[in-house]
Design a protein around this ligand. Structure first.
Ligand code: ADP
Ligand code: MG
Length: 286
């Protein structure tokens, strides 16, 4: 499968910082994979995704060594339009990026800049609004809606531009639980559509793990682990030492295995339904 993103020995130090935020990243992200990114705070998750979106190095001063390619184009040498065409990014604070009077204008803004005609703009807005469940908000002010709704609008703005790579950096960290569920529903729909490379930084592994094809652990500015999701969570002690918890169902099933109640199965569950099935089998064995 084609590579969407390739890092080669990428090092990055923010100006006035003593240590490097990225310490020599080598990484390949396949097209249309869903990558979950975890790690304790300050270990370089945001900097890593910024190096894909181009914010690093284009919006910060610092020292840059090595390279990042997005669909074969050097991020370092790409202009803003090229980068925006390839990569869309959603942050934890959606409000920071709003400028328009209504949600619909907010969605149209980027499309107008790209020079699309009106019917195409309407088509893109309708599509993005449907996936993010914001059809009823289109004529509201983006400042007059709830935090969760704002975040869905921010996601819709990115979707409307339809970049092949979509990054979300802690998209649910400022949202209430029901709002969080809706964001994960959007991620599920995008994954099922299978048309985007999705890179999601998120502390909530319970909801992230069932969606992710692969998980990536950032630790001290390095990609410490990058593995298919089940394999990634198969060593909870290791992860815990790095400040990351495995999904509870995964850990519970591993405990069942260590107690001999379950055979050393390869398909560890990643969510509650899988955990219930593993428990059912353990009970049957007794
Ligand atoms: N804009 C910035 N200027 C200077 N240093 C920064 C900046 N952003 C992040 N850093 C530093 O880079 C390191 C990695 O931070 P970050 O990528 O934000 O980690 P994470 O997203 O995992 O919390 C930290 O030491 C942090 O203090
Ligand atoms: Mg961060």
């Amino acid at each position: 499968m084609e590579a969407a993103v390739v890092f080669k020995d990428l090092e990055w130090r923010y100006e006035h910082r003593k240590s490097f935020a990225l310490n020599g990243i080598n990484l390949e992200i396949k097209k249309n994979d869903f990558i979950g990114v975890v790690g304790a705070n300050e270990h370089g998750k945001t900097t890593l995704v910024s190096a894909i979106s181009g914010l690093v190095p284009h919006s910060y001063n610092g020292i840059y060594k090595g390279s990042v390619d997005v669909f074969g184009e050097r991020v370092f040498d790409s202009d803003a339009l090229q980068l925006a065409t390839n990569v869309g990014i959603v942050f934890s604070d959606p409000e920071a990026q709003f400028t328009a009077m209504t949600v619909e204008e907010e969605l149209a803004f980027g499309l107008e800049n790209m020079g699309f005609d009106l019917s195409k703009i309407k088509e893109r807005i309708d599509w993005a609004a449907e996936i993010t469940l914001i059809q009823d908000l289109l004529d509201k002010s983006p400042y007059d809606i709830s935090g969760g709704q704002k975040q869905r609008v921010a996601i819709a703005c990115v979707l409307a531009m339809n970049p092949p790579i979509i990054i979300m950096d802690e998209p649910t960290s400022m949202i209430d639980p029901l709002g969080k569920n809706l964001i994960f529903d959007i991620l599920r729909r995008l994954k099922e559509a299978g048309e985007h490379t999705l890179i999601v930084v998120e502390h909530n592994v319970e909801q992230l793990a069932p969606l992710a094809d692969k998980m990536l652990l950032m630790y001290e500015g390095l990609v410490d682990r990058y593995l298919p999701t089940r394999e990634f969570f198969s060593d909870p002690d290791y992860l815990q030492n790095r400040g990351v918890l495995a999904p509870e169902s995964t850990e519970f099933s591993q405990w069942l295995i260590s107690e001999g109640a379950l055979p050393a199965i390869t398909d560890l569950p990643l969510d509650l339904a899988g955990g219930i099935e593993a428990t059912r089998q353990a009970l049957k064995k007794r």
